[in-house]
Design a protein around this ligand. Structure first.
Ligand SMILES: Cc1ncc(COP(=O)(O)O)c(C=O)c1O
Length: 445
């Protein structure tokens, strides 16, 4: 069974034409577009979605690793439905907010106190504000090429090129055009997993450094975990220089019951999170040391960081989050991580069987396919490894997978949800193998 993608006579293709009249590029979210036309979702159940033409897709995308329980999990649907019947939106706090805070804080001792926001980007923004307020310093360091959401500061050096990334030492490069120079100066960029080089850069900014923002398993640096040496250096350097270690677990919280920090044995000062904790509803969270989280306490007048927001701790999100985090228990985490191992291993076999050189990286329930054998050690290594050939293969692979009923991200990243079994992994690896064989024939021909 194929979905017949792309199909310019489909409802999706026609809707995309309509959309282009009212939205730049036909959408309000760039990631939903992949060439040659958008596919519009209609409904979903478990790990399967149906588009508006009635085609079925196994969802290995999960909205960039959000829908950990898949779609329409009965507990989540019940929680949202019951909450919607009672109260959807209000200027009073709800019991569900307290309940979700208790559930998340109980998962890791480093989460002493928590605040909710609406997106992971907002969580990162507030973490940076808290770090500046708590330390009285202005600069934040981040690893080159790593995604921490869409605020201007976090986007610094997200996609630099050899033309602008700086020789030797990393340089702060704006992501959007028009980023003010002062903002670039307030960010310090370090290489991922190179403890010695990163330390040298941090030392030059030590007096001004408020915090270091770290994704422990950054997909854009190859999907390998931060090394013990790198983590130890950052932990020691921040502690002894009056700066905070902020671990961004917006994606990685799924990797262990207490997040990737539990698995990799690091205790940050602050942790940002999002995605799975909202059960498919918009969410972000910022947790950490109680003395730092006091920066947000408004019970004694204006706090150091006056964080708020109309939709913060939205009752529907809190209700969905409670149901989701209760269901994503130790057993579910372990089962999904084991299925992730199997997925990466089957994908490696599929790539080799199709006659391609490549690697499948990622951790726990996340996989990333890269069509190169170069080691993926940091952003620059990934940049070099994913030159033309990789991009051509991934660009050709994506529509062929959609045609075979498989949805992953357009750049080769995918993830699992708890309703998946070996049958879905078999479907994925067969679809990858068949698609790659077709691609090889087209490349050879
Ligand atoms: C590590 C990391 N931080 C922050 C974000 C931003 O989260 P959101 O898209 O909810 O703003 C993301 C989103 O993918 C992420 O992967």
């Amino acid at each position: 069974m194929t979905t017949g993608f792309p199909n310019f006579d489909s409802k999706s293709a026609r809707l995309f034409e309509r959309a282009k009249h009212v939205m730049p590029g036909g959408s309000t979210r760039n990631q939903t577009y992949f060439p040659p036309h958008m596919v519009y979702a209609r409904e979903a159940q478990g790990c399967r979605m149906r588009d508006i033409d009635g085609n079925e897709l196994i969802d290995f995308h999960n909205n960039y690793c959000v829908t950990i329980l898949g779609h329409q999990h009965p507990d989540v649907v019940d929680a949202i439905t019951e909450q919607a019947k009672r109260l959807t939106c209000s200027a009073l706090a709800t019991e569900q907010e307290v309940e979700l805070a208790e559930i998340v804080c109980a998962r890791n001792e480093s989460f002493e106190k928590i605040r909710f926001v609406v997106t992971g980007s907002e969580a990162v923004m507030n973490a940076m504000k808290a770090a500046r307020a708590f330390t009285g310093k202005s600069k934040i360091a981040k690893c080159e090429g790593v995604y921490h959401g869409s605020n201007d500061f976090a986007e610094v050096s997200l996609d630099p090129t050899p033309q602008n990334w700086g020789q030797g030492r990393q340089k702060s490069v704006g992501f959007s055009e028009g980023v003010p120079a002062g903002l670039l100066d307030s960010m310090v960029v370090i290489p991922f997993n190179d403890a010695a080089a990163a330390r040298t850069i941090l030392e030059a900014h030590a007096d001004d450094l408020a915090g270091v923002l770290l994704d422990l398993v950054p997909a854009r640096c190859g999907g390998h975990p931060a090394s013990p040496e790198f983590i130890a250096m950052l932990r020691e350097f921040t502690s002894s220089n009056g700066a905070l270690l902020i671990v961004d677990e917006v994606i990685t919280l799924r990797m262990a019951y207490g997040g990737a920090q539990e698995w990799l044995g690091v205790t940050p000062d602050l942790t940002t999170m999002g995605k799975i904790i909202g059960g498919g509803m918009p969410v972000g969270g910022l947790a950490g040391r109680a003395d730092i989280m006091e920066m947000f306490d408004a019970t004694n007048g204006k706090p150091a960081v006056p964080q708020s927001g109309t939709f913060t701790a939205h009752p529907l999100t809190m209700a969905a989050g409670v149901a989701t985090m209760n269901a994503y228990d130790h057993e579910a985490v372990d089962r999904l991580n084991a299925l992730g191992e199997r997925t990466r291993s089957q994908l490696r076999e599929a790539i080799a069987a199709a006659g391609f050189e490549g690697q499948v990286t990622g951790q726990s329930s996340i996989f990333i396919m890269t069509f190169s054998t170069e080691p993926l050690t940091d952003y620059r290594a990934v940049y070099r490894a994913t030159s033309d050939r990789h991009h051509r293969i991934v660009a050709a692979l994506h529509p062929k997978l959609v045609n075979r009923g498989v949805l992953i991200s357009a750049w080769g990243l995918g993830c699992l949800s708890t309703p998946m079994t070996g049958a879905e992994i078999d479907h994925l690896s067969e679809a990858v193998q068949e698609s790659l064989i077709e691609i090889r024939e087209e490349m050879d021909g």
